[in-house]
Design a protein around this ligand. Structure first.
Ligand code: IPM
Ligand code: MG
Length: 367
């Protein structure tokens, strides 16, 4: 049997430098654990625009559909702010999500003990935090029609449409219930059923799906209250299920609970392919950080932890995923810090590649 295939789309800004560390980790698993991958690379975002005039070439899209998993770095940068909306770097990422039909976006927010002091919240509120946001990723107001800027009565009108079908809600709800089942069997669904019909339907369908998951405790919350509860008492949650736009906001909010955006991975999963693996794209939650790009300052942990999610969700290598996550945790516990994790009196930060080397040393020590 051939090796499983990975397509690496490093993208823009700090994407290439954090992805270089992921490449070293992939090589480590090949050498030391016999887990070999066929890795190919291509362009996305501004990098693709510079080469092809589009943020995602059709050939790259076709490749993404064929591989076992896509690993993405980051897209965007100030250089591309002037581009037309249709070719902005973000459109490349949104096209991948839509055409691969990656409807379930898993965004864990986990507060590593060594970093509990970094959160803007009090330590006891976040210490030990381990929640999972499941964000619907292929529909809702990001994609609903009609959309656009139109002229009505001699003025411009900007329109986006929040639209969800029953089946779209049903499938992401099932993904969230399945996850909740493997965790602490608690699911909180967030919408705005008090003001939006799409929220009423969301609540109805999630409640219907619950009939198949009676062992999971289901609660519903208005998304604005959810945002408030996330900063008031985040540990009340385990799995949170929400739509595309609310999930965008709530996941950034949850990310900051953990201290640094530089630590957070994500998985975007679709339906199973012929080989039984889900269509999948893994990416850090952070962006392209143009202010520090190319300086070797970026924290590669989020991107490395995204590869750990790939091991777990695409390749059924939960034990190896645990090993990689434990290595990152060990490095943090040892006090190794990239610049994003420095406190005022914290000594000298390590570089991106030094962080990668420390994680590899911790992996070696785990054998
Ligand atoms: C995210 C990002 C994206 C989104 C952007 C880059 C299109 O904010 O993944 O959360 O809005 O979904
Ligand atoms: Mg976002």
């Amino acid at each position: 049997m051939s090796n499983p295939s990975l397509l690496i789309l490093a993208g823009d800004g700090i994407g290439p430098e954090v992805m270089a560390e992921v490449q070293r980790i992939i090589a480590w698993f090949g050498d030391k654990r016999g887990l070999k991958f066929d890795v190919s690379e291509d362009l996305v975002g501004g990098a693709a625009y510079d080469a092809h005039g589009v943020p995602l070439h059709d050939d790259t899209m076709a490749k993404a559909q064929e591989v076992d998993a896509v690993l993405l770095g980051a897209v965007g940068g100030p250089k591309y702010d002037v581009l037309d909306f249709s070719v902005k770097p973000e459109r490349g990422l949104l096209r991948l999500r839509k055409e691969m039909d990656l409807f379930a976006n898993l965004r864990p927010a986990q507060c590593f003990d060594a970093l509990a002091d970094f959160s803007s919240l009090k330590k006891d509120i976040v210490a030990g935090l381990d929640i999972m946001i499941v964000r619907e990723l292929t529909s809702g107001s990001y994609f609903g029609e009609p959309r656009g800027i139109f002229i009505e009565d001699n003025e411009r009108v900007g329109i986006n449409t929040q639209r969800y079908t029953e089946s779209e809600i049903d499938r992401v709800a099932r993904a969230a219930f399945e996850l909740a089942r493997k965790r602490s069997k608690k699911l909180c669904s967030m919408e705005k059923a008090n003001v939006m019909e799409s929220g009423i339907l969301w609540r109805d369908v999630v409640t219907e799906v619950h009939a198949d998951y009676q062992d999971v405790e289901l609660s519903h919350m208005y998304a604005d209250n959810g945002a408030m509860q996330l900063v008031r008492a985040p540990k009340q949650f385990d799995v949170i299920l929400t739509d595309n736009l609310f999930g965008d906001l709530l996941s950034d909010c949850a990310a900051m609970l953990t201290g640094s955006l530089g630590m957070l991975p994500s998985a975007s999963l679709g339906a199973p392919m012929e080989n039984g693996r889900p269509k999948a794209l893994y990416e850090p939650v952070h962006g392209s950080a143009p202010d520090i790009a190319g300086q070797g300052k970026a924290n590669p942990s989020a991107c490395i932890l995204s590869f750990a999610m790939a091991l777990r969700y695409s390749f059924d290598q939960g034990t190896e995923a645990d090993r990689l996550e434990a290595a990152v945790e060990k490095v943090l516990a040892d006090g190794v810090r990239t610049a994003d994790l420095m406190q005022a009196d914290g000594g000298a930060p390590v570089s991106t590649s030094e962080m990668g080397s420390a994680i590899i040393a911790a992996l070696d020590a785990s054998l």
